[in-house]
Design a binder for this molecule. Structure first.
Ligand SMILES: Cc1cc2nc3c(=O)[nH]c(=O)nc-3n(C[C@H](O)[C@H](O)[C@H](O)COP(=O)(O)OP(=O)(O)OC[C@H]3O[C@@H](n4cnc5c(N)ncnc54)[C@H](O)[C@@H]3O)c2cc1C
Length: 411
């Protein structure tokens, strides 16, 4: 825990960063034990030796993840030891994420590794774990998340996609629609919340099913978003027969399973290390823009925004470490994961705003139309695309509700 300073000694070494706009090191210094420093060195050496560069980032992803796996579960840093995870201490997890974030190493798609796997580990049968976890781990099977529906986003328990158990109890017949399903167009499977019963409270009667995307009754329709990208979709189910073996846990208990998953999802969305690197980059970009006799970074109006962001990022890192410590001790991320989601995504958006400001008029065109300084290309696209971060995984207003009720104890 950070509060009692047993695991971390924090010394704020030179927080007068704004006199030195671009620093070599981060403005805080976290002092690690000799063992932790040795681990940090090991991670850095590993990255230097194995990380693919440029386009190889995408073409040699498999080699990268295999090299991570060969280190003893570094490809699945959050999985428990019993499932092959590396059993990092909270400090090691922090160091690992920090170093990977600094070098912008190839990311894994979150849906299988980060979202479904914990559900299968906690609530899936042995047969389901044996069948699905290997493909999730080696990335050979892509998953997508089928929760949201028209009319069931923040109020997820309102979902209507119907799953009817056959008379012989062998399968469910699924009919309905999901929306905003990220990367459904490349997914082999979808994990879905479906309604098996309308009696009682809305949260009851929800069942968690695993459905193959190549079933003839599954149709994917693209949605093109504000930033011009195709990442989300509508998914329609028409008379899809799902064997009961594909139900996770008990019928009608899907809400309980999903709630646990949402906490994992939220913790993963904070993207703190990416923001740390993104903010450093934004500062470097601002230094390239001449304003009067100085640069944009010398302007107090810009500098103030950078300073506030640095302070907020630092505070968020502390919250993340507390959450990591709890998970490492075998617990759930807890309601504080809502703080990570809320602040982490707001910070991500504000960094895109800084870049937009630095890019000025050059931010507007993108793709083949782009001109002006290199960093400006796509700045508007990132800004527009980034609007979604405070919506998906639970909108900011809803996170505030969770924090008010479950963290602050307000009724
Ligand atoms: C880019 C993107 C990717 C996504 N990917 C997936 C995915 O892969 N799988 C999936 O299942 N879903 C996905 N979603 C859906 C996402 O989880 C929902 O959009 C989100 O939960 C909000 O639901 P909604 O869009 O229905 O908005 P609504 O719930 O209708 O909310 C509209 C507005 O009302 C506010 N509001 C709602 N309820 C309250 C309240 N109680 N108090 C205060 N304000 C409230 C919200 O904050 C929001 O501002 C994705 C969404 C986006 C934008």
């Amino acid at each position: 825990m950070l509060g009692d300073k047993r695991s971390f000694t924090i010394s704020v070494t030179d927080y007068r960063t704004l006199r030195y706009p671009v620093q070599k090191e981060r403005p805080i210094d976290i002092s690690f034990s000799p063992e932790d420093l040795a681990f940090q060195k090991k991670v850095r050496t590993f990255i230097d030796q194995h990380v693919p560069q440029g386009m190889a980032m995408w073409t040699q992803r498999g080699d990268w993840f295999k090299a991570l796996a060969d280190q003893g579960g570094w490809d699945i840093p959050k999985w428990p030891k019993d499932f092959g995870g590396p059993n990092f201490t909270p400090t090691q997890r922090y160091i690992f994420d920090l170093e990977m974030g600094k070098q912008a190493t190839p990311p894994q798609l979150p849906f299988g590794v980060g979202m479904l796997a914990p559900i299968l580990m906690n609530y899936g049968s042995q047969a389901q774990q044996d069948r699905f976890l290997p493909g999730i781990r080696d990335g050979s099977v892509n998953w997508c998340q089928g929760y949201s529906e028209p009319g069931a986003g923040s109020d997820l328990a309102n979902l209507k996609t119907k799953a009817e158990l056959s008379a012989d109890g062998s399968h469910y017949l699924v009919n309905g629609q999901k929306i905003w399903t990220t990367l459904a167009q490349i997914a082999h499977w979808i994990f879905c919340l479906t309604r098996t019963n309308n009696d009682g409270a809305k949260q009851e009667g929800i069942t968690f099913l695993l459905i193959p995307m190549d079933d003839p009754g599954v149709e994917v329709r693209p949605i093109i978003t504000l930033g011009g990208s195709h990442s989300v979709n509508e998914v329609y189910f028409t008379d899809v027969k799902v064997p009961v073996e594909n139900r996770v846990g008990e019928e009608g208990k899907g809400w309980t399973y999903a709630k646990g998953l949402l906490a994992h999802e939220r913790s993963g969305l904070a993207g703190i290390q990416n923001s740390v690197m993104g903010l450093e980059k934004a500062k470097r970009n601002a230094q390239k823009i001449r304003v009067g006799t100085g640069t944009l970074l010398d302007l107090s109006s810009f500098k103030n925004k950078v300073g506030v962001l640095e302070a907020e990022l630092l505070a968020l890192e502390f919250t993340e470490m507390r959450t990591l410590a709890r998970v490492a001790a075998g617990g759930d991320p807890g309601p504080e994961s809502a703080i990570l989601k809320l602040k982490g995504t707001e910070i991500q958006q504000r960094i895109t705003e800084l870049n937009l400001e630095a890019a000025g008029v050059f931010a507007a065109p993108w793709g083949a139309e782009a001109f002006g300084p290199e960093f400006a290309h796509g700045a508007a696209q990132s800004y527009l695309g980034g609007r979604a971060t405070t919506i998906y995984g639970g909108a900011s207003e809803v996170q505030k509700d969770v924090i008010a009720k479950n963290v602050l104890g307000l009724s």
